[in-house]
Design a protein around this ligand. Structure first.
Ligand SMILES: NC(=O)c1ccc[n+]([C@@H]2O[C@H](COP(=O)([O-])OP(=O)(O)OC[C@H]3O[C@@H](n4cnc5c(N)ncnc54)[C@H](O)[C@@H]3O)[C@@H](O)[C@H]2O)c1
Length: 231
């Protein structure tokens, strides 16, 4: 129960990894407010790309919780995965960057003033910050930016820790939309559950990781550790 009593704001908590984080933090005794553009009944509706919307939603969350100890940035989009960059519209590129990068920056900007001393921000980046497959250029660029903004915020924001998690494929509506149900149901590659990622986030959010800041936690079953050495 390392997060019992913590006041937690989670973006993108209406689905997938964010929903798993909300469920786990609640099960572990935290008080959680979810911010999403498609919220559930008790959630706060907001678009993370719209500064006024983020500011209003954060104010609502802070009023409900009486402050913040943990902020989790899960809201994200994958963009036109599978489409080569030469066939990708500027509008689609702008959307991926707006949600995945600007959304995280606006979240940090508007929550930091309310974060308690020793508070923790955890962003969802991706293994796509480090490795790629064809047809993922804007998404990879956006997740690389999340790793960089994590490190920059860890330096700039005093009194709080800032980290990100970088999971490989997770079985969520996003992954199923990109890869298809069949690929996930009969996967010949390792697939994480949203709950696996929620535990990674919870560790970085809790005081148990108090020495860790500016870190990108790569959780990819060791895939990217393999060299080209033929053995
Ligand atoms: N699923 C994967 O394989 C995987 C792997 C690595 C990282 N991630 C990252 O994890 C995060 C969560 O992804 P997921 O797989 O749970 O996806 P998901 O589609 O299941 O959930 C994403 C949530 O973000 C919300 N959202 C999207 N745009 C928003 C906006 N503009 N404002 C507010 N909310 C918005 C959606 O409504 C949704 O509830 C994303 O940042 C994603 O890039 C996912």
């Amino acid at each position: 129960m390392v997060v019992a009593g913590k006041r937690v704001l989670i973006t993108g908590g209406a689905s997938g990894i964010g929903a798993a984080c909300a469920a786990l933090f609640r099960a572990e005794g935290a008080r959680v407010v979810v911010l999403d553009r498609a919220p559930g009944p008790d959630d706060v509706r907001a678009d993370v790309t719209d500064e006024g919307s983020v500011a209003a939603a954060v104010a609502t969350a802070v009023a409900r919780l009486g402050g913040l100890d943990v902020v989790v940035g899960c809201a994200g989009v994958s963009g036109p995965v599978g489409t080569p960059l030469v066939d990708t519209s500027a509008a689609d590129i702008a959307t991926v960057i707006a949600v995945n990068v600007t959304g995280q920056l606006l979240l940090a900007k508007h929550t930091y003033p309310h974060l308690s001393a020793g508070g923790s921000i955890v962003f969802l980046a991706s293994d796509s910050a480090f490795v790629s497959a064809p047809g993922m250029v804007p998404y990879c660029a956006s997740k690389g930016a999340v790793v960089s903004l994590t490190r920059a915020l860890a330096v700039e924001l005093t009194g709080v820790r800032v980290n990100c998690v970088c999971p490989s494929i997770v079985d969520t509506p996003m992954a199923r939309g990109d890869l298809g149900d069949d690929a996930l149901d009969h996967a010949d590659f390792p697939v994480q559950a949203p709950e696996d990622v929620a535990w990674q986030v919870l560790h970085l959010a809790s005081d148990r990781s108090r020495a860790i800041s500016g870190h990108a936690l790569l959780a990819d079953f060791g895939y990217s550790a393999r060299s080209a050495f033929p053995a």
